[in-house]
Design a binder for this molecule. Sequence first.
Ligand code: IYR
Length: 216
Amino acid sequence: MTIKHIPYQPYKPETESAHAAQSFYDVVNRRRTVRDFSEKPVPREVIEKVILAAGTAPSGAHKQPWRFIAISNAEIKHKIRMAAEEVEKDFYDNKASDRWLKDLEIFGTSPDKSYMDTVPWLIVVMALRSTDDGGQVYYLNESVGIATGMLLTAAHHAGLATLTHTPSPMNFLRTVLGRPEHERPYMVIPMGYPAADCTVPDIDRKPIEEVSVFIE
Ligand code: IYR
């Protein structure tokens, strides 16, 4: 049995595709990972829309195997900061290889995650290992990865800055947040306005020749 099919309503940009593609690129090309956030509040409604945008991602058999835990509660953010700093200390002091630390050196990252107290929202992305009623999910990492990318893009489009944080191991998130077994912590995304004096590393992006192969 197939689900009822309805006419597709194509999205038609107001300008021709070449122009629309250029302007979207101009917008997303300004997205940067940010580690200094402003305390300026972001209304819950904005975060809800950003999450809804993320949830438009395609997923294996349309199981939508994700949940976005949006935290503005100062105590919970602080708890997450403390637990994240503990695992990060272990990462920087013991777990990371010399090569890894060398690759990170230029970015000046460290176990200090004080931005978690400053930023108005922490979004913890959960990958659902099964549906809420115990059903099978498919292509879990691919599906959640796409949705997370869309979350970052939607936040950027709304003028918000983000950071992709992957404390390792991150199982503590499920305990701190009291989430069920089938939710696997996938990423922590601080989301808010950048601090007024925020700086970012002066890096380049690979040119089209390097990131693509065209077979025409
Ligand atoms: N998770 C650590 C380390 C880290 C690893 C990579 I790869 C980065 O691109 C950035 C940081 C941390 O958050 O500091």
